[in-house]
Design a protein around this ligand. Sequence first.
Ligand code: KG4
Ligand code: ZN
Length: 339
Amino acid sequence: MGIESSCDETGVGLVAGGRLLGECTATSMDAHARFGGIVPEVAARAHLQSMVPTARTALERAGIGKGEVDAIAVTAGPGLATALTVGIAAAKAYALALGVPLLGVHHLAGHIAADTLEHGPLPERSVGLVVSGGHTSLLMLGDLARDPIEHLGDTADDAAGEAFDKVARLLGLGYPGGPALSKAALEGDPEAIRFPRATVGEYGFSFSGLKSAVARWVEASEGPLPVADIAASFQEAVCDVLTAKAVAACRAHGVDTLVIAGGVAANGRLRELAGARCAEHGIALRIPAPRLCTDNGAMIAAVGSMLVDAGAPWAPPGMSADSSAPLTAAALQPLKGSL
Ligand code: KG4
Ligand code: ZN
């Protein structure tokens, strides 16, 4: 059983032998919409209310009883500390009550693992592109449960999802910005405006300049804003730079598989452009189904199941949240005091 509560989604999923049995996700998104962003205390309270019903529904959907669960995995970080703490408390309670192992996992490893639920185990080596609301990283992946995760590059400032959210707000498209902006972009011309494609070093990203460029363009424009064209042109700049770097990393390292994961991987244009560029260079592209790209419990169960199979040690009973945990391995079992 996997439990996710790092942001505004309460997720519980059940995985056996790498196969998804059932899952349930509750979201407090609507409660944050009027603030234009996530309010940690509101998210934490919503997790408290949703945790038990979400777990119950996930078990029902999986068609199993609590007694059949043989390990509990939970997101230990990164994320909102108060939100993570609710999931960790629930995971400890289930593990203790059921007498089964508890495993703390890194949220971003969960995003990558989500892909294995549909497409099977990862190859020996692959390049990972993780694009979420808080992170953007290009990674060299081996065995997710056993090997360290190597960073080829990261964003120097905003995450890709954060850029979507901020530009959506600027265009008055509301919250959450990613889905709203990509919907608006469907009606627009991606070549209407040439926004900058900034990179940092060989595999690093930077999105704050792009965000400012959109803001400057909006400020300078007169008459009604061509929202769809701006959205499409911004989206094109993000997807262009992400896919170009990811494909370049695969080629330079002689890796023939690219895995794209995280909330922004739900973006239709990113999926399309990555598909075309990977096909051009003979790279196998793996992206989870859109509903498994955004936060959910199934992805945490997927990592948990891999860690159990790899014989990973159980989490200590004093495990606590690590809100800014760097991504160095799938297992994350910080002790009390690291918050
Ligand atoms: O992975 P995720 O659900 O949560 C984090 O771990 O952050 O990612 C959420 C991010 C948000 O910034 C959201 O706007 C973005 O993913 N997102 C999208 C789309 N769906 C979600 N961005 C672009 N296009 C989408 N379709
Ligand atoms: Zn996430």
